[in-house]
Write a protein that binds this ligand. Structure first.
Ligand SMILES: CC(C)(COP(=O)(O)OP(=O)(O)OC[C@H]1O[C@@H](n2cnc3c(N)ncnc32)[C@H](O)[C@@H]1OP(=O)(O)O)[C@@H](O)C(=O)NCCC(=O)NCCS
Length: 170
């Protein structure tokens, strides 16, 4: 695929689900990915993370991964893992390649990485209004275990978070 990252975000051209997933590779995030990650982030999120937050995640050694098609970053996932627990902090796929299995691939990769870190439980937060992400996590076996009040910024006030967890023993 010859699309640049910007065109992966903006082109709006129809892409074939199977081909996209087969062409995708997952690798560690690098500092020089940040420009593209921010394009994807701003296209996908109403309240995007800032460059400083991504830099901090890299600096403190969180598990920071990107999903790449044809050498171009089209998504990113960030997780902390320590003391037997992992926490998925971020998962994002460029809008014009959403719904093609890339989010699921990246999530499954993070679960494998969590196992490598000997995590036995993995946690994440999701907005109650984010039905697509909630379905992705529920299909992967996550279950709601609590909520955090006023966790997320919102346009009409703050939004609570649902806390989900998955036991990944074995
Ligand atoms: C949530 C997100 C990561 C999912 O990634 P994706 O590549 O679009 O999702 P996938 O194609 O891998 O689909 C995984 C599952 O999500 C759900 N899903 C995906 N697209 C959907 C849609 N349009 N409607 C309903 N459910 C959908 C389905 O359960 C799907 O499972 P299936 O393949 O068995 O049908 C992605 O949409 C995204 O980046 N959204 C914006 C940022 C965000 O909300 N991140 C999560 C924060 S908690």
């Amino acid at each position: 695929m010859r699309n640049s990252a910007a065109s992966a975000v903006d082109s709006g051209k129809p892409l074939k689900r199977g081909r996209v997933r087969m062409a995708a590779q997952i690798r560690l995030m690098r500092e020089d990915d940040l420009q593209t990650i921010l394009l994807v982030e701003r296209a996908a999120y109403q309240f995007p993370w800032t460059p400083g937050v991504f830099r901090d995640c890299l600096r403190v050694g969180y598990c920071c991964w990107v999903i790449v098609i044809g050498g171009e970053v089209v998504g990113h996932g960030i997780m902390s893992a320590a003391a037997g627990e992992a926490h998925i902090l971020h998962l994002c796929i460029a809008p014009n390649v959403q719904g093609m299995g890339l989010g699921r691939s990246l999530l499954m990769h993070l679960l494998r990485v969590a196992r490598e870190h000997q995590a036995y439980e993995i946690f994440l937060e999701v907005r109650p209004s984010n039905h697509i992400a909630s379905a992705l996590y529920a299909n992967a076996g996550f279950a709601a275990v609590g909520f955090r009040k006023d966790y997320y910024p919102g346009h009409g006030g703050r939004e609570d978070a649902i806390v989900m967890s998955l036991s990944i023993l074995k």
